[in-house]
Design a protein around this ligand. Structure first.
Ligand code: F6P
Length: 387
């Protein structure tokens, strides 16, 4: 039931994500349609703590649908660790006459939102993250755009990898889950996909490259999520993985691969390109649907819930059920990926020699080339090599 005296607030927290502006616009239009005022808090929870807001009427959201980023700005400010943060939030909401907040964020922002809700702050959650790793919703907006960007990059890298007979390792985002890696790897026809959910064997990745070479495929594309890790607890890179650093795992893998194959191996770290720029049509529509539903939920006073995509329907879940756990890559998607790529799940280390039996054949230094010599580029003296 609409309440013309209601005043709502909205904020965007955590990493930015294509589609945030589409949500803001949708909420603003729905509120305007229902005669409800909307304030936008700037830079996530930092703006609520500081009482830094702007009025979001129809004019304020004009033209923002196709824009990446967020007109409100964002931050990773955790109000629970800001001194006096919760009391300050209460003061802001009271001073601004806010009946409830719409909090757009990923796991960090929404976990803080749930904590605040438990302490009496009325709010609604809207799930966003390019990583698609939030529980309670089948998909988050931003993911489709990130996958499209990564897939296009993989397409482009295919042609240059093939032209130079190289292995190209493409590192995509995904600290804890491999949704972007799996989807973009499938869409881009990657030869190897490596995700955090399934630790990998370097030797198996190399063998996949060699096996392709034996079939005359003298280049390979490896897609790796930034949070992927090799198997083996005693591995130094595994020990350092508790804090994911962009570019670290792809550089490590390239060095390791060059020890076991003689194909030149290069890395490309896509990084924030996956998060920037205009949202896809799919993400604009999903974000708009989330926005209108979030506004309706807030107007109805359905606090403590998060809007969610279930199949093709927009529904709701309790915020408490959506946060503080990860939605890992769907095993059914991984099964599809395994049809086309190396996967740690299907690769088996060659059997060790058994007592009295014959030892396994020694691996030649460059088995791929020996098995099926391919057309090599003629050697060029270093002093006349082209740039
Ligand atoms: O959670 C979204 C995300 O883009 C991750 O995929 C990535 O690891 C992280 O944010 C990067 O965060 P920041 O922009 O703060 O470096």
């Amino acid at each position: 039931m609409a309440d013309a005296n209601k005043r709502l607030g909205i904020l965007t927290g955590g990493g930015d994500c294509p589609g945030l502006n589409a949500v803001i616009r949708a909420v603003a239009h729905r509120c305007a349609q229902k005669g409800i005022e909307l304030l936008g808090y700037r830079y996530g929870w930092a703006g609520v703590v500081a009482g830094d807001s702007v009025v979001l009427d129809r004019a304020a959201v004009k033209g923002i649908l196709p824009l990446g980023g967020t007109i409100l700005g964002t931050s990773r400010t955790d109000p629970l660790v800001v001194p006096d943060g919760i009391a300050q939030i209460r003061r802001t909401l009271e001073a601004d006459g806010i009946d409830g907040l719409i909090s757009i964020g990923g796991d960090g922002t929404l976990s803080a939102s749930q904590e605040l809700f438990e302490r009496g702050v009325p709010l609604i959650g809207v799930p966003k993250t390019i990583d698609n790793d939030l529980c309670g919703t089948d998909f988050t907006f931003g993911f489709d755009t990130a996958v499209a960007i990564a897939s296009e990059a993989i397409d482009r890298l295919h042609t240059t990898a093939e032209a130079h007979n190289r292995v190209l390792i493409v590192e995509v985002m995904g600290r804890h889950t491999g949704w972007i890696a799996a989807y973009s790897g499938l869409a881009g026809g990657a030869d190897v996909i490596l995700v955090p959910e399934y630790p990998f064997e370097v030797e198996a990745v190399c063998e996949r490259v060699r096996e392709r070479e034996r079939r005359g495929r003298t280049f390979s594309i490896v897609v790796i999520a930034e949070g992927a890790r090799p198997s083996g607890a005693d591995n130094e890179i595994v020990e350092r993985r508790s804090r994911v650093r962009p570019g670290e795992i792809s550089a490590w893998l390239a060095r390791e691969m060059e020890r076991c194959i003689d194909t030149e191996t290069r890395t490309v770290v896509l990084g924030h390109i996956q998060r920037g720029g205009t949202p896809s049509a799919h993400d604009r529509v999903l974000a708009t649907r989330f926005g209108v539903h979030a506004a309706d939920l807030a107007i109805a006073g359905g606090w403590g819930q998060m809007v969610a995509l279930h199949g093709n329907e927009i529904g709701t879940v309790l915020l408490a059920d959506a946060v503080r756990k990860l939605k890992r890559l769907d095993p059914a998607i991984w099964d599809i990926a395994k049809v086309f790529t190396y996967s740690a799940a299907t690769w088996r280390r060659p059997p060790a020699a058994t007592a009295g039996g014959s030892p396994p054949p020694a691996r030649p230094a460059t088995p791929a080339r020996r098995a099926a010599p391919r057309q090599r580029q003629p050697a060029v003296p270093a002093d006349i090599q082209l740039a």
